[in-house]
Design a protein around this ligand. Structure first.
Ligand code: ZN
Length: 91
């Protein structure tokens, strides 16, 4: 026969385990941010900057597209990863 003290202790341990497990799960979820690769394009003529999603095969200093402001060639200036949640939604 289990006495009251042991029972209370058992319940306490069980609750504590549950709390810790829930906390760990939550922490695991929070620690997994999603990343997206972006690239920064700069106009070779007027310096206009444009940022969009990185496409496979793109590399830094590659010419890509035309400047929406003056029509000159755009050049990839930087490629980087950003957290998905910090992204500015498209207008
Ligand atoms: Zn331009």
């Amino acid at each position: 026969m289990i006495d009251l003290e042991t029972l209370v202790l058992l319940i306490f341990v069980a609750v504590l385990t549950l709390v810790i497990t829930t906390y760990m799960e939550l922490k695991k979820k929070l620690k997994k941010p999603e990343y997206v690769t972006r690239e920064l394009l700069e106009c070779t003529s007027c310096g206009y900057k444009l940022e969009h999603d990185h496409e496979p095969g793109d590399f830094i200093s590659m010419f890509k597209g035309e400047c929406p402001r003056c029509g000159s060639l755009m050049r990839i200036k930087a490629i980087y990863s950003v957290e998905k949640k910090t992204l500015i939604p498209p207008q």
